[in-house]
Design a protein around this ligand. Structure first.
Ligand code: PA5
Length: 477
């Protein structure tokens, strides 16, 4: 798609953020945000904005530069072109931030049931599998069903050491060597840090084709780097449009005034809500395509904002808990709790103005006139009224919600949405006065896994863990 078309998308594909239903004027004073509360935060938001800008300038937040990394996108497109037609399967080996963005992009931007389409329907592009677990039954089952000769594996790990991903890599390499001999190297492409990590050392020996994750781009902020872009491009997603959308999201969120900046407004709503006991953030797209964007958001929000200490080193044990839900499916599962349970949630709806298809419901069924009212309507209408109905049911009972309106689901709006949510997370971190970009809790788990798997250098930790394990038969039934 040409640049000119991207300019047109900025006019037609701008995301709108509606926070009426979070305000006291709509849902009442008990759980709604007052004008005064919002105003009282504006100075802190402005300070947070300056800090984010300072850190961006200092090169500490390079995820913010990813939308303009067009040369990387071109390099990926050239790579994808160079391997065209050679593989039936593209398999991501990665976990957390090295997998969730890939899944989110594919579900959002590839046709539904992409892997079930014929090769012609997929335009000769490979199927996509993302293996983000080390469940032995799943992993061995997967290896049984793919033909190694027609499969390309993308090993993705920023640290280059994560036990799960490196274990997967070793198993896959072994299988490829046995099946293909020397040419096994053509079946592995790696995405990792430029300098550090075990994978980097292996790459130097094996000479795998490699893409680099920039230094200050952490896992959960890496979807717009080669981490997410390679699997997107290889399955036919327009990654230039994705980046153009993210660049537009960057522009939309560069405004210091929270009333003009969707990311800052939602950060303020969540912060004020959190302080008032609304500690759960539900992400509920009314779009099957955006289901896994909600999953991606949950990791972004949880790992960035769940912290033991604040920036002054004080123990705060802070963090709003994200929850994923899907409209309309979870209306018949979670919504009862959201409408009548504790007043501890803020619901983030995502509405899609225009789906790719209109599906008309046939005119009724004469012997059962009770269903005839549906006839002639569309599933599109049903989806929309169900979302509106849920929003009304929540606001009528004083429950706050906000809505992101996407004109349509496409690479431009998804890139825009992801960048807005990333910036929202960064600002919420500022308001909570924590470092949103580290993950000591995750690192502690990684270290424990290294220790318990016998990695050299982790003996002390292994001894500590075994000494601290207390198990009494009295508590085992
Ligand atoms: O967001 C993060 O930093 C984590 O979720 C990581 O992405 C995850 O732990 C995987 O790490 P790595 O990419 O180093 O293998």
């Amino acid at each position: 798609m040409s640049r000119r078309d991207h300019a047109a998308l900025r006019q037609t594909m701008r995301i709108r953020f509606d926070f009426n239903n979070a305000m006291a004027s709509s849902i009442g004073d008990a759980h709604g945000i007052t004008e005064a509360a919002l105003a009282s935060l504006s100075e802190r938001v402005a300070r947070g904005h300056s800090e984010i800008a300072r850190r961006r300038q200092a090169g500490e937040l390079d995820w913010m530069k990813l939308p303009s990394s067009l040369n990387v996108a071109s390099e990926i497109e050239a790579y994808v072109d160079s391997i065209k037609g050679r593989f039936d399967n593209f398999v991501v080996l990665g976990i957390g931030g090295s997998a969730l963005g890939n899944i989110a992009l594919s579900t959002a931007l590839n046709p539904p049931y992409y892997n079930l389409l014929s090769p012609e329907q997929r335009g000769g592009r490979p199927r996509l599998f993302v293996l983000d677990n080390v469940d032995p039954d799943q992993f061995s089952g997967f290896l049984r069903v793919v033909d190694p000769r027609r499969t390309l594996f993308n090993v993705i790990t920023k640290s280059g050491t994560t036990a799960e991903t490196m274990a997967q890599y070793l198993i896959v390499r072994d299988m490829l060597v046995k099946a293909l001999g020397d040419s096994h190297r053509d079946h592995i492409v790696t995405t990792t840090d430029a300098k550090s990590g075990e994978l980097r050392k292996i790459i130097e020996v094996e000479e795998y084709r490699t893409f680099v994750i920039p230094g200050t781009v952490g896992g959960r902020f890496s979807v717009l780097s080669p981490v997410g872009l390679i699997s997107a491009a290889i399955t036919g997603i327009d990654i230039q449009e994705l980046l153009a959308g993210a660049a537009f999201g960057d522009e939309m969120t560069s405004e210091p005034d929270l009333r003009r900046n969707p990311a800052y407004a939602n950060a303020a709503i969540h912060y004020l809500g959190y302080e008032a006991g609304r500690t759960l953030s539900v992400m509920m797209p009314y779009s099957q395509a955006l289901k896994d964007v909600a999953d991606w958001y949950c990791q972004l929000w949880a790992e960035s904002l769940g912290k033991r200490v604040d920036l002054d080193g004080r123990i705060v044990n802070v963090g709003p808990t994200p929850i994923k839900a899907l409209g309309v499916t979870d209306q018949h599962s979670q919504v009862q709790l959201y409408a009548e349970g504790r007043f501890d949630k803020i619901v983030n709806f995502i509405a899609v103005d225009r789906f790719h298809h209109d599906v008309v419901i046939p005119p009724g069924y004469p012997p059962s006139p009770g269903v005839n009212y549906l006839g002639g309507h569309t599933l599109n209408e049903l989806m929309d009224v169900e979302r509106q109905g849920t929003a009304v049911a929540l606001s009528d009972t004083g429950r706050p919600s906000v809505t992101f309106h996407l004109p349509a689901v496409n690479a431009f709006t998804v890139g825009q949405l992801m960048f807005i949510l990333e910036t929202q997370t960064a600002m919420t971190g500022e308001l909570l006065h924590i470092n949103a970009f580290d993950q000591p809790g995750v690192e502690a788990g990684k270290i424990a896994a290294y220790a318990l798997m016998g990695r050299s250098g982790y003996e002390k930790r292994a001894a500590e863990i075994s000494a601290s394990r207390k198990s009494s038969p009295a508590y085992i039934i």
